[in-house]
Ligand binder design. Structure first.
Ligand code: IZC
Ligand code: ZN
Length: 417
């Protein structure tokens, strides 16, 4: 067989080839092929075999993986990619013990990013998003979900969604757009959050027609939107043909996990304080639990999502950075893999399912991203690691050696000596 690129001498290959999200104890069963090789033609994987069988393949270009680990490109299912400004000045408040929701109530937090995003030009936001996407790519991510939600008015929410659309055309990573107009209550609507939600829901039709977003999301939280408000808003989104997501049970246990399941959400995200009942319902549903343990860590909390209970009960779990300027300021999903090992007690096998196949299903990309399989897009990472357990183990640094996106080398670690 003739291929464009052949990756040979792969120490461990993680194909992650599944027909759907991987649930419950199956998350702990990881298929690993040793001494493997992968052939790529144009943007697709066309051949997978043993390094000993590569005489069957003629390649224009050979990459010797040198016995390293090779995985699918990581899938990042929850980011607030497009925003103006930054919030480093709030770190001192957090150190004094001022809670996240109190900072928000006083007009800081999300609302301070909203002001900066309203002020920023389209071009500034595009440049900033491209910068963060480059950094995600360098850390092994090849597909990213991106939310709006720092506009909280029609014009700025549109601006954010249009930035995502432009960035999609400019950046090699695949980007999946989510409308999070319901991210906070703007001060002018403090007395009437329902009217604000109506205004955001009035944007659904144009967003659908112009294909500006695939998913609709809401922040269901104390001082933000109630479960009842969220139910009504998400039902409207579903009636307009959107699949829905939720920021559920991040800080206060309001029953957001139960609502995500009730609404048939593609994912319920955060779930840091889900109830037992919420976890049971999640486990018996098709909703994927996207856990963001970096936010618990970054907000200085002792409470982490009960991932063990979720997986043991049978749920499909994914993990994500939640990259945003307030509650988790990192593009490094590998760091989150370590936090998942240390604070969620997830096994390395579970963690790899969480950042590939399950993350892809959480953003409706289960058919194209998150696996290495014949006929699939060639989104592949070669890691400076001897095995899959090594990535969560050696924490806080970038282990990427090479990122291949759509069959082409997108990033390669540079030698400095
Ligand atoms: O900007 O603080 N939780 N939304 C809900 C966030 C965190 C992002 C932010
Ligand atoms: Zn979020």
């Amino acid at each position: 067989m003739q291929v464009d690129t052949l990756i040979t001498n792969i120490g461990q290959l993680l194909p992650m080839d599944h027909n759907g999200p991987v649930k419950g104890i199956a998350m702990n069963e990881l298929t690993v092929w040793e001494n493997a090789a992968v052939g790529i033609k144009k943007d697709q994987v066309v051949w997978i075999g043993s390094t000993d069988e590569t005489d069957q393949v003629t390649a224009n270009h050979v990459i010797d993986a040198g016995g390293k680990l090779v995985s699918p490109g990581l899938v990042e299912p929850h980011t607030h990619l497009v925003f103006g400004g930054s919030r480093e000045r709030e770190m001192a408040l957090k150190q004094k013990g001022v809670p996240y929701l109190e900072i928000l109530q006083k007009g800081g937090g999300i609302l301070s990013t909203v002001k900066a995003t309203q002020k920023a030009t389209h071009e500034e936001l595009v440049d900033k998003a491209l910068f963060h996407l480059d950094r995600m790519a360098m850390h092994g991510i090849t597909t990213v979900e991106a939310k709006s939600g720092y506009g909280l008015d029609r014009e700025t929410e549109r601006k954010q969604l249009e930035v995502v659309k432009e960035v999609k055309g400019k950046h090699p990573l695949d980007i999946v757009s989510t409308f999070l107009g319901a991210h906070a209550i703007p001060p002018e609507f403090k007395q009437d959050p329902e009217a604000f939600l109506d205004q955001m829901a009035d944007m659904f039709d144009e967003i659908k027609e112009e294909k500006l977003a695939e998913f609709v999301d809401i922040f269901t939280e104390t001082g933000v939107f109630t479960v009842e408000q969220s139910r009504r808003y998400l039902q409207k989104a579903k009636d307009r043909g959107f699949r829905v997501k939720m920021h559920a049970d991040e800080i206060d246990p309001l029953g957001g996990t139960e609502l995500a399941v009730e609404m048939g959400a593609i994912s319920g995200d955060h779930l840091a304080v889900s109830s037992d009942e919420g976890i049971n319902r999640l486990a018996n549903s098709d909703t994927i639990g996207v856990i963001l343990p970096g936010t618990s860590f970054y907000l200085g909390k002792d409470t982490y999502a009960r991932a063990r209970k979720m997986i043991d009960a049978g749920a499909a779990v994914s993990i994500s950075t939640d990259f945003n300027p307030g509650s988790c300021v990192t593009e490094n999903l590998q760091l989150i893999m370590s936090i998942a090992a240390l604070k969620l007690n997830m096994s390395p096998e579970e963690i790899w399912h969480a950042v590939t196949v399950n993350a892809a299903h959480a953003i409706g990309r289960g058919d194209e991203a998150g696996s290495i399989a014949i006929g699939r897009k060639a989104d592949i990472v070669i890691w400076d690691a001897p095995n899959y357990m090594y990535i969560p183990y050696h924490y806080g640094v970038n282990h990427v050696n090479t990122v291949i996106k759509n069959g082409n080398v997108l990033y390669q670690r540079q030698e400095i000596r």
